[in-house]
Design a protein around this ligand. Structure first.
Ligand SMILES: [Zn+2]
Length: 474
């Protein structure tokens, strides 16, 4: 069984949709309206919008079984709040003028920059920093992280030693799994403020994301010495659990991978794993037209340690929570089955990084199974029969974590996910999958992304999937 999971533990949440007056919509959780602000939770942390640009908020209460959030990259989604600065922008004149009625006043930004270029007084520079920060925060709040990063960069060009700005820019990088870029910004901030607890806290996170667990542990310990912090405490405990387990492990490294494996596993197997992963990397990279920005962490386990560390249900064969965690008990050489599991898990890493952790589980599992080479031939009859009995799969309710599913339900969920992706790829081409992922990355809800690319609702997609199965296999 090459089953695996890509999601973190489920939580009870209410998923809401915030409709902006300019037509955009944001799917978020924990939406709160107060004091003229609408604040909400996203994968980039807690964010706020001025209530004046919000048209309405539509609430949807989810049950325990179908939570909406999908945070598969645990490193990117560590429960760490933004450094104080990402709070709603200071309520001064420049900030208010920069973002008005749901858009950024680019002419004002250009004017402030020209003034600072002509006469770089501290006041002129402070104005540019305030305006670019407000613009970046607005970008984050509407899910436009590219634009946000650009605004931080402009701000840093005028004020390269502004620690608050460096921290905010680093925080955005961390949420996007760009750990090396975050570390550059944090190293710079540390030279200016060696004893900043925020610098140590975020540096620990960057190291954790880079699978440098021991460095993460020492940064977080340092942060706690400077300032007590419950978030750091929790992150430290998790990292120490990993570090204890991995202290006896051996390591291997290639261009795209950092591998750790239990002393009991054969070094020859580890080398073969890396060789296999490198060739699969190139193939997946060209198929999905994407190159992950960071090396991918891989841990090989004996089965018992795998269960102890991951605390996953017994039907889980391997797991990807930001690192690929693969049990290799009893193997001393590469097998076809192991190569397939590696390709499956590696695909999850690509999809997670490409979508900044926003890809729903059914699509993740569908793509991963498709890439590992599975097809729907043996399941086609059962799926088509279930559809006829109106027992079709509800894609919407399988967007989030599957860790609570029974073995039987999970197996049907995997089969439907594969069939759906297989149908899309066969009928519309892999490029459609790429486009859907791009839209999800830009914070589109999945069904909206599907609709934009394929002109199908979830219900249409189910119907065309069953049509495809019948045509292909009956
Ligand atoms: Zn999987």
């Amino acid at each position: 069984m090459a089953v695996c999971l890509a999601a973190a533990l489920p939580r009870i949440v209410s998923a809401d949709t915030i409709y902006l007056k300019n037509g955009r919509k944001i799917t978020a959780t924990h939406v709160v309206q107060e004091n003229g602000q609408v604040s909400y939770e996203t994968s980039a942390g807690r964010l706020s919008l001025p209530a004046s640009i919000v048209d309405r908020v539509v609430r949807e209460i989810e049950s325990v079984d179908s939570p909406r959030t999908t945070p598969p990259d645990k490193a990117a989604n560590l429960p760490i709040a933004p450094p104080n600065a990402l709070a709603p922008p200071a309520n001064d004149e420049v900030t208010r003028a920069t973002v008005r009625d749901g858009s950024i006043d680019l002419a004002l930004l250009a004017k402030l920059e020209a003034e600072a270029d002509a006469n770089p007084t501290p006041t002129a520079i402070a104005r540019v920093v305030a305006a670019e920060t407000a613009a970046a925060q607005f970008g984050i709040s509407v899910g436009d992280f590219e634009q946000a990063a650009t605004h931080y960069n402009v701000g840093l060009r005028y004020a390269p030693d502004n620690v608050a700005l460096l921290l905010e820019a680093a925080y955005l990088r961390l949420r996007r799994s760009e750990y090396s870029a975050a570390l550059n910004l944090l190293d710079h901030a540390r030279r200016i403020e060696p004893d900043s607890p925020d610098v140590a806290k975020l540096s620990g996170w960057a190291y954790y994301g880079l699978n440098r667990t021991e460095d993460a542990v020492s940064e977080w310990k340092r942060a706690l010495v400077i300032r007590p912090d419950a978030e750091v405490q929790n992150a430290l405990e998790k990292a120490e659990r990993d570090a204890r387990e991995e202290s006896t492990y051996r390591e291997g490294e290639t261009l795209h991978f950092r591998l750790r494996y239990n002393g009991g596993a054969a070094p020859e197997l580890a080398r073969e794993v890396l060789r296999t992963l490198e060739s699969e990397f190139n193939e997946i990279s060209s198929t999905l037209d994407y190159v992950p920005p960071e090396p991918i962490g891989v841990v090989l386990y004996t089965n018992q340690t795998f269960m102890d560390i991951t605390r996953a249900p017994s039907w889980v064969g391997a797991l990807n929570d930001g690192r690929m965690r693969v049990p290799v008990e009893g193997l001393s050489t590469m097998t076809d089955e192991l190569a397939r599991v590696l390709k499956h898990e590696l695909t999850h890493s690509f999809v997670t990084q490409k979508t900044s952790g926003r890809c729903p589980v059914w699509l993740q599992e569908g793509i991963a199974q498709y890439m590992e080479g599975k097809r729907s031939r043996s399941a086609a009859g059962a799926l088509s029969g279930a559809y006829e009995r109106h027992m079709e799969f509800s894609l919407a309710s399988y967007e989030t974590s599957w860790l609570n599913l029974s073995r039987e339900t999970a197996s049907s969920a995997y089969a439907w996910s594969l069939a759906t992706v297989e149908a899309i790829v066969t009928v519309d081409g892999m490029v459609s999958i790429e486009r859907i992922l791009d839209r999800i990355a830009a914070q589109s809800a999945t069904e909206d992304a599907i609709h934009a690319v394929l002109h199908d609702s979830y219900a249409d997609l189910m119907q065309s999937t069953v049509q495809y199965l019948r045509k292909a296999y009956f």
